[in-house]
Design a protein around this ligand. Sequence first.
Ligand code: PBG
Length: 347
Amino acid sequence: MSDVANPSTPQSEVSESSISQSALSVTQRPRRLRRTEALRRMVRENTLRVEDLIYPLFVMEGEGQREEIPSMPDCYRYTLDLLLTEVQEVYGLGIGAIALFPLIPYDQKDNAGTESYNPNGLIPRAVRAIKQAVPKILVITDVALDPYSSEGHDGIVQDGKILNDETVAVLVKQALVQAEAGADFVAPSDMMDGRVGAIRKALDAEGWINVGILAYSAKYASAYYGPFRDALDSAPKFGDKKTYQMDAANAREAIKEVDLDIAEGADIVMVKPALAYLDIICQIKQHTNLPVAAYNVSGEYAMIKAAAAQGWIDEKKVILETLTSMKRAGADLILTYFAKEVALMLQ
Ligand code: PBG
C-alpha cells in the first residue's frame, strides 16, 4: 500500500478482502497528519537548518597539506593555506561560523601553555588570514591550554593537580590575543572556575566589548572526546580530567554551571557532549533565555562514521536524525564535524 494514497480513495477499496472491515470509531487519528510528506512537513515541530551549524576545523603548521584524522574519517587537519580554501567553500554552502582548534608541535608545548598567548601563534595567524579571506564568516576560537600543554591538561599542573586561578590568568591572556587577532567569539572549554568572568572583564578593559563568549558551561568528563585528542595529539599524559570537567551522572550541577557562566557574562551557553546529554540540553533550554549550543563531539562523529563504513546504518539518515534530536532537545546551535556534509544535504 502506498504511503501517499489518494485521500479520495475510500479505505474499503484498498483493503484486502481477507481483512474484516473495522468498526473502530475514534475521534483522534494522529496518522491523518502523517499521511503525506507535504503534511508531515507542515506540522513538523523542529527543522535542522544550515544556519544552526558551527563547523569545527583543525589547523596545523606547514603548507599545501591536509591529513585525515584516522579516528575521524573525512575530517582533516589543514595547513593554513588549504584551510582558507575550505573555509571559503563552507561559507559558500551557507555555514556561517567555524570553531578553530590547533595542532601544536610538541616542542612548543610546556606546562604553562605559553604558546597559547603567542600573538604570532598558529591560531592568531589563522584568525587573521580567515578574516581577510572570508570576512563575513564568524570565527570562534577555543580558550583552553590542552593543545599547548606538555601534560595534555586544560590547566597548569603542579604535583599532579590542576591549578585553577593560575590557569585562569593564562586563559585571559589567550583570549585577549585571540580577540586582537579578530575572533568574533572566544570559547572557554577548560572548565576552570571563574574563567568566564575573568575573560569578560579583561576583554571589556581592553575595549573588546563586542567580542562574545561562547561558554562551554556544562562540559562533562567524557570518553567521547577520544578522537579529538588524537586529532590534536592532546591526550592527558597522566590521570583524567575529572577534577575540572563534570561528572556524567550530574544534571543539577549543569544548571549551577550555567547560572554561574551567565552571571559572569556568557553570551551563549553550551552542553558537551550532546547525544548522551540530550536531557541536559533540554533542561538548560528551559532554564535560560540565552541561546543554547550543543557540541556533537568527535566520538559521536566517529561512531556514526564507523557503523556507516560497515554498511550497518544509513549514514545520511542517521546524521540528520541525530542532529535533529539535538534541536528537538532545545539546541539553538550545533557544533558538528558533519556541518559540511549536512550543508550539502540540505541544498
Ligand atoms: C579541550 C577540548 C576538547 C574538545 C573540545 N575542546 C577535549 C577535551 O576536553 O579533552 C573535544 C571536542 C570533541 O571531542 O569533538 N579543551
